[in-house]
Design a protein around this ligand. Structure first.
Ligand code: AHG
Ligand code: MN
Ligand code: MN
Ligand code: MN
Length: 332
């Protein structure tokens, strides 16, 4: 309706960041600038994605990453674009990326922030034109500015995040992020090159009837989880799983639901990575009134021990996550 249009057209990301600047008095604008740097890189990646089929940048790159996955060309392109934007932006001292084995030291020890990023989430969906995303987590470095970065700057628990967000390259391209004062969603208007506030103060419905899990893993799931999946089927849930975490998460955030990537007999810690998938979405989920757990503890309280460590993930509407946990505890 007109007021919503007026509201969204009236508030660009830039203006919103400025308006919200007073939410964190300690910052002297570096975090705002960092968010702008990420938003700019996302515009560039969005354009590459939209023309991938035509510019021969679809398909496999021809190398495997530290995850043992076959990198897609757009994985590599997105990784370069975001890392370059963060380097040029000057606010970041180190980057942890899904696509780089080791921490990327930006040789900028006066950079206040550390960024963990999944440059392109849902790579298996690139060539079949299904929504994909980018996920990012922002931390303040804990060792003195000007000194070399240390492991403790990188291995921080999710509860130390100062900001987190995702980009969803879907039917429209959206940027959703939090700086600890709620969650706001912006829709990208390609013809103007601007993001406009379209989803102010996003709240996760307390419950819902959507469950998202790769049912192909059913036989490798614990008895407790199998009984939870059956509970969903017996209570006329809808099964919605498109294999792009960002898209599945975003739909469930808007409509209510639970996304599960469990530990299995073959992969006890599941598939998703703590530093640049689970932590960022867990921060957003909680800021929107939802929950995120590994089945035992709060995702944000997990103390990382290795860069690319994986964690089981149960995330979404509070009531559904709590309910899933009771089924899991029954198995014990
Ligand atoms: P990525 O493409 O960044 O490696 O992440 C893929 C993840 C996530 O996006 C998705 O939900 C999940 O992998 C799908 O895994 P399965 O194909 O095993 O269901
Ligand atoms: Mn991957
Ligand atoms: Mn991913
Ligand atoms: Mn990825």
């Amino acid at each position: 309706d007109n007021s919503a249009l007026g509201y969204s057209v009236g508030t660009t990301l830039d203006r919103f960041i400025k308006m919200k600047q007073d939410d964190f008095p300690f910052a002297s604008g570096e975090l705002s600038q960092l968010l702008r740097d990420i938003a700019l890189a996302a515009k560039i990646v969005n354009r590459e994605i939209n023309r991938a089929g035509l510019a021969n940048i679809g398909g496999a790159f021809g190398q495997t990453n530290v995850q043992g996955e076959e990198q897609q060309k757009l994985d590599v392109i997105a990784n370069i674009r975001f890392t370059r934007a963060l380097t040029k932006g000057g606010e970041v001292c180190a980057v942890v990326s899904e696509e780089d084995d080791e921490v990327i030291d930006l040789q900028n020890n006066s950079g206040k922030y550390v960024v963990a990023i999944d440059p392109l989430d849902g790579s298996s969906n690139i060539d079949v034109n299904i929504s994909i995303g980018t996920i990012f987590s922002i931390y303040r470095r804990v060792t003195p500015l000007g000194s070399p970065i240390q492991p403790e700057d990188i291995m921080q628990p999710g509860n130390k995040q100062v900001a987190a967000g995702y980009v969803l390259y879907g039917s429209s391209t959206m940027l959703v992020y939090t700086t600890g004062h709620g969650v706001n969603g912006f829709t990208y208007e390609q013809s103007l090159g601007e993001y406009f506030l379209s989803h102010p103060d996003m709240k996760a419905p307390a419950s819902g009837n959507i469950y998202s899990v790769n049912e192909g893993l059913y036989n490798q799931m614990s008895n407790g989880l199998q009984s939870y999946i059956n509970h969903c089927k017996e209570n006329n849930f809808s099964a919605r799983y498109i294999g792009s975490l960002v898209a599945d998460f975003h739909r469930n955030l808007l409509k209510g639901g639970i996304y599960i990537y469990p530990g299995t007999t073959k992969t006890p810690n599941g598939k998703l990575r703590l530093l640049y998938e689970a932590n960022a979405l867990a921060y957003i989920a909680e800021q929107a009134g939802g929950k995120a757990t590994d089945g035992h503890e709060r995702i944000l309280d997990i103390m990382p021990t290795s860069l690319h460590q994986r964690t089981p993930l149960f995330i979404g509407s509070e009531k559904l996550v709590d309910e899933a946990k009771t089924f899991l505890s029954e198995e014990a």
